[in-house]
Design a protein. Structure first.
Length: 230
């Protein structure tokens, strides 16, 4: 995709045209080569910042976004991380950024590479763990490791994640935190064994949630209902 930009730019709604806010300036073609030149400190450097921030937010050009992931401006990098069109290479670059902290954006993005998510999971930062635990693209082994987090909010996110493995969900189905068990009871990825155990949970709302889970065999549900009526 090609964009036309001018000094002090803002994108015109519904178009790919970037118009000046107050002072007209020369039109410049916005592609990966243009950004490479501006990032290197060339004559386009002053023009780049306002245009870069807008392009990082709205561009669908993966080549442009990959270059913008290297931009020195923190806002630009954060917007690239949040852009659904950003390629995995851009997200991976931002995830290891030591000058800023846009990594939580990468942690919750379902487009982030599994290897990057796995590498981020070694952190002891609870906010990062929380974002990773809710990411459906997070590798099952990483989610299993996060299921041992001391922070109940992290375990709750793992319990509600459809990407969690049956072993992880079975383990969390016996968690001391009732909210964790309830999320396991509602998770369609929960194994039948975990759901059957949760039918007998001491908290009535959890057993009801397990009974309503579509993964619970109808025969098991019928037997549970019959036992309740006796």
């Amino acid at each position: 995709m090609w964009h036309t930009v001018t000094v002090g730019t803002r994108r015109e709604k519904g178009t790919n045209q970037y118009r000046t806010r107050d002072t007209p300036g020369p039109a410049v073609t916005l592609d990966a080569r243009w950004w490479s030149q501006s990032l290197s400190g060339g004559p386009l450097a002053l023009l780049a910042l306002s245009a870069a921030r807008e392009a990082a937010r709205s561009s669908a050009d993966s080549a442009v976004l990959a270059v913008l992931a290297e931009h020195k401006d923190r806002t630009v990098r954060l917007r690239v991380a949040a852009n659904l069109h950003s390629p995995p290479t851009a997200l991976e670059r931002i995830a290891y950024d030591i000058n800023t902290n846009p990594t939580t954006v990468v942690a919750w993005s379902p487009d982030s590479p599994p290897g990057t998510l796995r590498a981020l999971s070694v952190t002891q930062d609870s906010d990062m763990q929380f974002q990773l635990a809710g990411n459906p693209s997070c590798p099952p082994r990483t989610l299993h490791a996060l299921s041992a987090a001391s922070d109940a909010d992290v375990r709750r996110r793992v319990a509600g994640n459809p990407g969690s493995s049956p072993l992880t969900l079975w383990k969390l189905g016996a968690d001391d935190d009732s909210a964790v068990r309830e999320l396991v009871a509602r998770n369609p990825s929960s194994p039948q064994e975990a759901l059957v155990r949760l039918l007998g949970d001491r908290a009535g709302w959890i057993s009801q949630a397990a009974a309503q889970n579509p993964s619970l065999p109808q025969a098991t549900l019928a037997m549970w209902q019959l036992a309740r009526d006796v």
